[in-house]
Design a protein around this ligand. Structure first.
Ligand code: FES
Length: 175
């Protein structure tokens, strides 16, 4: 199936392109929009964005592969990105990862077999005052910060995430 923005995403795309002096400058937000719309950035999606922005596909490939926030393969319905930069590391970021690995049954850098969770390490997410913390990106395009974490709070969050899973689209089936 050829990728194509939904009506809503198309309106958003046109609006964001209108804000920039040229289409090349709109590439990063356009890729963000595409990731929300299609779940992840495949070669097919990169080609689509290149065509829509009327830029060479290699420019899109360079940007998408340079920035780690663009997922080049399908992630889980909940993509948990744990900050392990200095403040979070000193305040237990790596211990949080170990706890999450145990509780979720997925290793760092991997997606769980059933497609529910991906667990990643992230660079500073600009919330150092509330370390340790992680961000969860959902496959419906939303995302959320969870801060001042300890094992008990993480357990509560996992329960809430488990309850949310059924309402989220599966990125593996989004295009
Ligand atoms: S060090 Fe973790 S948010 Fe900045």
């Amino acid at each position: 199936m050829a990728v194509e923005f939904s009506e809503k995403a198309e309106a958003e795309f046109k609006e964001l392109v209108s804000r920039y002096p040229n289409t090349l400058a709109a590439m990063l937000p356009a890729l963000h929009l595409a990731q929300r719309e299609f779940g992840w950035i495949s070669v097919e999606v990169m080609d689509y964005i290149a065509e829509r922005l009327e830029v060479p596909p290699t420019r899109v490939l360079n940007a998408a592969t340079f920035y780690t926030m663009y997922n080049k393969s399908p992630v889980g319905k909940c993509h948990i990105q744990v900050c392990t930069t200095l403040t979070c590391a000193l305040r237990g970021g790596y211990e949080l990862i170990e706890h999450l690995e145990d509780r979720l049954g997925v290793k760092l850098g991997e997606t769980r077999e059933d497609g529910a969770y991906t667990l990643s390490e992230a660079e500073c997410l600009a919330s150092c005052g509330t370390a340790p913390m992680f961000q969860v990106s959902y496959s419906d395009g939303e995302s959320e910060y969870f801060e001042n974490l300890d094992d008990a709070r993480v357990d509560e969050i996992i329960e809430a995430l488990n309850a949310k899973l059924a309402s989220l689209p599966n990125p593996r089936e989004m295009h």
